[in-house]
Design a protein around this ligand. Structure first.
Ligand code: SF4
Ligand code: SF4
Length: 451
């Protein structure tokens, strides 16, 4: 049995199977049943990360009144919400708190959670029992008494993570204080304490060209620290080359050997290996990859509403206009401009934003994009950036290696096909490696057929 990873939204999908049915032909696809509402409680941060997408850091902090107005809109189902989010289609809700560093505003977050909870109970709202508080922190303030009080109070509803970029070297190459000093020890101490208390700790490794050669070390280190669910993704930004893809393949192959030697597929989840990805998608599978075209809602410290935090000025920089869809005072899509914006985002799907090459790609499943980054780069969320193309191909090849090696070791009745076209694979790995991979895949398939 392969270890799978159940997030809050997966649990809601399991509880509401009738709502999670999809009419497309991809059995792995799930409808979003838990919309995420993101509160950017502050845009200030106590670190000065070198690669962080949040470009414009500031000093604004949200007023409680601003958050309260949004919660009132959400829980009363006010018509000014324009049915953007409601408990019929979204039986669960995720309240996400983000910064800057969110724990710089821990008292405010606590007040918002308390207000949401008491108001939801007062209204007998279905979200009173089906909500999740999601916080990702840099860990610097983890041991602050106010943070500890907050975490203890809400731990049953908490999806909490401290960002650790793998090992010390990797982490401290990017996550530093304004004076240049490192933050790794603080982050690890917080993560270890949270895990030692029996809590679940999420994780995310962000892979960028500058840290690519540490991927293996970083993942092994996360396992050593006690993480059992490891999320990792490559950044969407421009800058990837075929050389990076070749190096990524080698790193992932090393990770695969480690995973198989230690039988970690049984006990750990690593997002980089996925046995449902790297195949073509049916033409009527049209879902957008991410929640940034209508499955999320974000509010900034000034009360402006966005489809995702990544559309805020603090993430986009100054090259393009922030993409707003309303304000807590007026609601969602109340002006012509905001309505047009919501309608445009609703119309975005996999077909409209993909070239034929991507739409009919033989390894399309799992090839991701960020709608807000598409907007930032192309001026519209409806035109997909594909800078990660070679990295996805490298990942598909490494998955052929990982899964077939695993199936072979355990003599299971499964095999993993090589769907990456030969000419494209040979731009990343050499002929000998390609032949080894196809031989492995064929051998495993033949064993399945014989059995
Ligand atoms: S970006 Fe590349 S790998 Fe991804 S779907 Fe498009 S062609 Fe396929
Ligand atoms: S991928 Fe980008 S637009 Fe989509 S949810 Fe994430 S940050 Fe938002």
């Amino acid at each position: 049995m392969i270890k799978d990873f159940e997030q809050f939204q997966d649990m809601i999908a399991r509880l509401y199977p009738e709502l999670s049915q999809t009419d497309n032909t991809d059995p792995t696809a799930k409808k979003v049943l838990s919309k995420t509402v993101t509160f950017q409680v502050t845009d200030a941060c106590n670190l000065n990360c070198t690669y962080y997408y949040q470009i414009n850091k500031g000093k604004r902090t949200m007023k409680f009144e601003t958050a309260k107005k949004l919660i009132d809109l959400l829980l009363t189902g006010d018509r000014r919400l324009n049915s953007y989010i409601d408990p019929q289609t979204s039986p669960g809700i995720i309240l996400e708190f983000i910064g800057g560093e969110p724990f710089l505003a821990v008292a405010l977050i606590d007040e918002i959670c308390h207000y949401f909870y008491t108001k939801a109970i007062e209204l007998c709202h279905p979200w009173a029992t089906k909500f999740c508080i999601s916080i990702c922190s840099n860990g610097v303030l983890y041991f602050d008494p106010a943070v500890q009080r907050f975490l203890n109070r809400w731990r049953r509803h908490m999806a909490f993570s401290i960002t650790i970029d793998g090992n010390r070297q990797l982490h401290d190459s990017c996550r530093i204080f304004p004076d240049g000093s490192p933050s790794y020890d603080l982050a690890v101490a917080g993560a270890k304490d949270w895990i030692a208390k029996g809590n679940y700790m999420g994780s995310k490794i962000t892979i960028a060209p500058e840290n690519l050669t540490y991927v293996y070390d970083a993942i092994v280190h996360m396992v050593d620290l006690g993480y059992t669910d490891i999320n990792a993704n490559v950044v969407y930004e421009k800058g990837w080359t075929k050389k990076h893809a070749a190096a990524f393949y080698q790193q992932l192959k090393k990770v695969a050997d480690y995973w198989i030697d230690h039988d970690l597929f049984l006990t750990h989840y690593l997002a980089l290996f996925n046995d449902t990805f790297f195949k073509p998608l049916e033409e009527d599978y049209l879902d957008n990859w991410c929640g940034g075209t209508g499955a999320m809602l974000a509010v900034d410290p000034d009360g402006y509403l966005y489809p995702c935090i990544r559309y805020m000025e603090s993430s986009l920089g100054t090259k393009v206009k922030p993409l707003r869809i309303g304000h807590v005072d007026t609601g969602i899509a109340q002006t012509d401009c905001d309505r047009k914006c919501v309608d445009c985002l609703n119309a975005v799907n996999r077909r409209t934003q993909s070239t034929d090459e991507c739409f009919y790609c033989p390894i399309a499943a799992g090839c991701s994009w960020c709608s807000a980054y598409n907007y930032q780069e192309n001026g519209t969320a409806d035109s997909r950036c594909t800078y990660i193309c070679d990295m996805h191909k490298a990942r598909s090849l490494a998955n052929v290696y990982a899964w077939n090696s695993w199936y072979q070791k355990h003599n299971t009745d499964q095999w993993f096909p090589m769907n990456c076209p030969k000419d494209q694979a040979l731009e990343i790995i050499n002929q000998t490696e390609y032949e080894k991979l196809t031989k492995l895949s064929t051998e495993v398939r033949n064993n399945v057929i014989k059995a």
